[in-house]
Design a protein around this ligand. Structure first.
Ligand SMILES: NC(=O)c1ccc[n+]([C@@H]2O[C@H](COP(=O)([O-])OP(=O)(O)OC[C@H]3O[C@@H](n4cnc5c(N)ncnc54)[C@H](OP(=O)(O)O)[C@@H]3O)[C@@H](O)[C@H]2O)c1
Length: 266
């Protein structure tokens, strides 16, 4: 069966994308191929039933409508040159910090690059990606890229200059949330709960709060006020957080991660 989408790099993100595409349909295993030089990664992917290869070859690219670039930044440019040499003219890159212009320069003139920043909840189909098109991307290319990324979550479009901010916010965001979860579980234990009970309470509090935020469409401020009665327990807890400048710590975290992303591109 002719392959229509090539995924270069079968690591965590490449695998999440392929699994998401197969889960969502209309993609079938025969539509997809993954290229990864690591035999262990290819073995891990074999259950998905897609074509697997160690190098990009023209037998894979001949019928492909595009390729997803899901390799580490340090090998992105050579991998893109290989794709261009094999006839690929449309690339969706999820490589952190790599501008579209640098990848375009590795491809034949006029080739399309769409750049996206997904996040790790993509592994369970609950990611969020922001994407932007390079100089040659037409609306049909953006729709193609969006249809691929939508397999693993929500997609938003942003100008490319905003992708460092996206990296600092939603790209790194899961780590901030995991840190909060870790701290809250510890706090529950400190307050006398068993670790198991504390974990369940924290997990469901995070899940439920996110659902409330999403389903009511309310602002976080309104929902927070709703659980903060005057002089009550939540007000006492929030005061302790504000006294330790937790809000400002989050502002600094996002700005620091965005700055680091900007530096990676240099
Ligand atoms: N994980 C995240 O949260 C996240 C979020 C947003 C964006 N990203 C971006 O997504 C990209 C992939 O991340 P990841 O976490 O999936 O990395 P990963 O797990 O290291 O996967 C990359 C895979 O690509 C393989 N590879 C290396 N050179 C290749 C080549 N020339 N052709 C084909 N495959 C090649 C690697 O094999 P070897 O190990 O043998 O080198 C590895 O199996 C990165 O650029 C990252 O910045 C990741």
């Amino acid at each position: 069966m002719p392959v229509t989408l090539l995924v270069v790099g079968g690591g965590r993100m490449g695998e999440a994308l392929v699994a998401g595409l197969l889960r969502q349909g209309p993609w079938q295993p025969g539509d997809l191929a993954v290229v990864d030089p690591d035999p262990a990664r290819r073995a891990a992917l074999s259950a998905l039933g897609v074509a697997l290869a160690d190098v990009v070859g023209t037998e894979l690219t001949a019928s492909a409508t595009g390729a997803v670039l899901a390799v580490k930044p340090e090998v992105a440019e050579p991998a893109c040159r290989t794709l261009g040499a094999a006839g690929i003219t449309r690339v969706l890159s999820i490589v952190a910090g790599m501008p579209t212009g640098r990848l375009e320069a590795c491809l034949p003139a006029g080739a399309v690059v769409v750049r996206a920043m997904p996040n790790t909840p993509a592994l369970v189909g609950a990611g969020v990606s922001a994407m932007s098109g390079g100089g040659a991307a037409a609306s049909s290319d953006l729709e193609w890229a969006e249809s691929v990324l939508a397999a693993v979550g929500t997609v938003v479009r942003v100008p490319e200059r905003h992708l460092d901010a996206v990296t600092g916010l939603s790209g790194s965001g899961p780590a901030y949330v995991f840190l909060v979860a870790e701290a809250l579980i510890e706090a529950g234990v400190l307050a006398g709960l068993s670790r198991d009970v504390s974990r369940t309470l924290v997990l469901e509090t995070l899940r439920g709060s996110a659902a409330l935020l999403a389903e009511t469409g309310e602002t976080p401020e309104v929902l927070r006020a709703g659980v903060t009665s005057p002089g009550g327990t939540t007000a006492a807890g929030l005061r302790a957080l504000e006294a330790r400048a937790v809000r400002s710590a989050f502002l600094e975290a996002v700005l620091a991660a965005a700055e680091r992303s900007r530096n990676l591109a240099r």
